[in-house]
Design a protein around this ligand. Structure first.
Ligand code: FPP
Length: 256
């Protein structure tokens, strides 16, 4: 994550809080894992839709640092689903030239899921056009703490001068250091919380909330979110008149 000067009106990076799998399943008398399986099908379709719509970066909140507190059976089902998803999706990612990234405390994931993830990331590491990031065992506060520790270490070893340090010197310790900031954050299922997702990175993002449950979300719903994004005016603290007639670009101005 760094300061960028991306000026396109299209969102370059979309983050999605994929919510509502449980309610989707409950409404149909299914188990919660069945809801997650349906959610995984939507995930697959939205990865393709993003490419078709020219969205180069997609970040999906697949498992939060707080999700470990769910019933053991559900956590196990989610980890198995992740492994299954990666096993099936890697070929498609390679075919479509999509690079897979992961953010979060990946080292704490079960071994099998971690292995599948590392394998898929290695197999796609040379691509640079399309980027899919899975937030796994992710939480922004944990990320901030890990970044603060990394920053403190770089100060202690003399690599960084704490007095002279700017935002980028801290941001290069975030899990998202290779990604631009998100332009648009979508949350499905009617909840209007950010739930510890990309808190620092979404400082200038637009937010879009929809009542649609994640298994029912599709390309049409994604297009609605992008259309809504296009109607927003992103001002970064400036006046509307300044945005209409841009002068100089601030070094701290984030993407788009
Ligand atoms: C939130 O819905 C969803 C999750 C905690 C998991 C998200 C996982 C998927 C969409 C599965 C596929 C993804 C991958 C990458 C394998 P919820 O269970 O909290 O729904 P509820 O609020 O209706 O109970």
């Amino acid at each position: 994550m760094s300061s960028q000067t991306h000026q396109s009106t299209d969102p370059r990076h979309i983050g999605i809080i994929m919510d509502g799998n449980g309610r989707w399943a409950k409404k149909r008398g299914y188990s919660r894992p069945k809801g997650h399986q349906e959610g995984a099908k939507t995930t697959r379709k939205i990865i393709d839709a993003c490419r078709e719509l020219g969205v180069r970066y997609l970040t999906l909140y697949a498992f939060s640092a707080e999700n470990w507190s769910r019933p053991d059976m559900e956590v196990k089902a989610l980890m198995e689903l992740l492994e299954f998803f990666l096993g099936r999706e890697t070929k498609a990612l390679i075919k479509n030239r999509v690079r897979l990234h992961a953010i979060g405390r990946i080292e704490e994931l079960p071994e099998q899921a971690r292995k599948a993830l590392n394998k898929a990331m290695e197999a796609t590491a040379h691509f640079d056009e399309w980027h899919l990031t899975l937030a796994l065992n992710y939480g922004s506060r944990q990320e901030m703490l890990d970044a603060a520790k990394g920053f403190a270490k770089s100060v202690a070893c003399g690599e960084t001068d704490a007095e002279q340090a700017g935002w980028d010197d801290l941001a290069r310790h975030f899990y998202t250091k290779e990604l631009p900031d998100p332009d648009l954050i979508i949350r499905t299922s009617g909840e209007t919380r950010i739930s510890n997702f990309l808190l620092m990175q979404s400082a200038y993002a637009e937010f879009y909330f929809t009542d649609v449950l994640w298994p029912d979300f599709d390309k049409v719903e994604l297009e609605k979110a992008i259309a809504c994004y296009h109607r927003r005016e992103r001002r970064y603290g400036k006046t509307g008149e300044q945005i209409a007639r841009p002068t100089t670009v601030s070094p701290l101005q984030p993407s788009a």
